[in-house]
Design a protein around this ligand. Structure first.
Ligand SMILES: Cc1cc2nc3c(=O)[nH]c(=O)nc-3n(C[C@H](O)[C@H](O)[C@H](O)COP(=O)(O)O)c2cc1C
Length: 305
């Protein structure tokens, strides 16, 4: 990295050496792959979303590549919070911030999970209020501003580490939900999760996924994510983390100009390999050099007129 270009960023009290973060659910269920991602240049890592009890998730097929991205309905498979503690203990030797992602069906569950993650030593929490295909969890909670505010508030009262709330584009009034997150006292908003979608197999005349409906990620959803980040940044004063379809430095810069202080990358790993983080940082740096920008933070939100 060039000493003349400053890629560091801050989200609440969390300091990142660069703005790229591993998104929840992709190669982050075990410490081995998370270590590899940390070694591939990521500025921070988000864990797979973890619930209270072990969950198998949905039967196969759970994932399929489509024209412009990937469709999945994993059904939030998770080892359960007790079991996951062992993974996190082993992660602590890595000098990259770890953000514990959690999902629950009510405030009590989120609080219990948040406390456990903090006890295990995670540097921040990400509340998954946006998974589009898990009944009773995720988006079913994240589309109700009253619930969003209450859960955020209750978790904030129970932990000392920063709390981020991950939202979905599949809501009728995203600004209303973002306001609820801010009123609940969150330290940041993450947008977006996968977008509700489906694929039909013409020969079988049936949906491809066992769960029928899933969440779309990758290139196709980037314009949706950029729009959401732009709207959220206009609505609240807390930092925004952008996610959805980021595969290149230019993609990341679009999110940053829309108002994101950092970006997460998930499906991009599938298309550009594990070192996508290093590649994206190099491309951001190249763009900044070419345009005479020294500090990445100077670009956050510049697209707002
Ligand atoms: C296979 C798969 C599993 C995912 N699991 C989770 C999850 O457990 N929790 C969560 O908040 N998001 C989950 N996501 C959503 C991603 O974190 C991200 O928000 C979404 O994929 C959009 O980013 P991308 O286009 O860079 O992949 C998952 C996505 C994929 C593709």
């Amino acid at each position: 990295m060039s000493p003349l270009i400053d890629l560091t960023t801050k989200i609440s009290s969390l300091k990142l050496k660069n703005p790229t973060i591993l998104a929840s659910g992709i190669m982050d269920e075990d410490v081995g792959s998370m270590k590899r991602i940390a070694g591939s240049g990521a500025g921070a890592i988000v864990t797979k979303s973890i619930g209270l009890k072990p969950r198998e998730g949905y039967p196969n097929p759970t994932i399929v590549e489509l024209e412009c991205g990937v469709l999945n309905a994993m059904g939030l498979p998770s080892p359960g919070i007790k079991e996951y503690g062992e993974e996190i203990k082993n992660f602590k030797k890595i000098k990259v911030p770890l953000i514990g992602s959690i999902f629950g069906s009510n405030s009590k569950e989120f609080v219990e999970l948040g406390r456990k993650m903090q006890e295990y030593g995670t540097d921040a929490l990400e509340l998954n209020m946006s998974c589009p295909h898990a009944r009773g969890y995720g988006l079913e909670i994240g589309s109700d501003p009253v619930l969003v505010k209450k859960i955020t508030y209750d978790v904030k009262q129970s932990v000392d580490i920063p709390v981020f709330v991950k939202l979905s584009s599949n809501v009728s009034d995203l600004k209303d939900i973002a306001r609820a997150v801010e009123k609940g006292g969150a330290d940041g908003v993450v947008a977006i999760n996968t977008v509700k979608a489906m694929k039909i197999n013409l020969e079988l005349k049936k949906p491809v996924l066992a769960n029928k409906i899933g969440g779309y990620s990758g290139k196709a959803i980037k314009p949706i994510g950029v729009r959401c980040v732009y709207e959220i940044a206009e609505t609240v004063d807390i930092p925004v983390i952008g996610v959805g379809g980021i595969t290149t430095g230019e993609d990341a810069l679009e999110y940053i100009m829309a108002g994101a202080s950092a970006v997460q990358i998930g499906t991009g790993i599938y298309y550009r390999d594990l070192d996508v983080f290093r590649k994206i940082c190099g491309e951001i740096e190249g763009w900044m050099k070419k345009h005479g920008v020294k500090r990445l933070s100077d670009l956050v939100g510049v697209a707002h007129i």
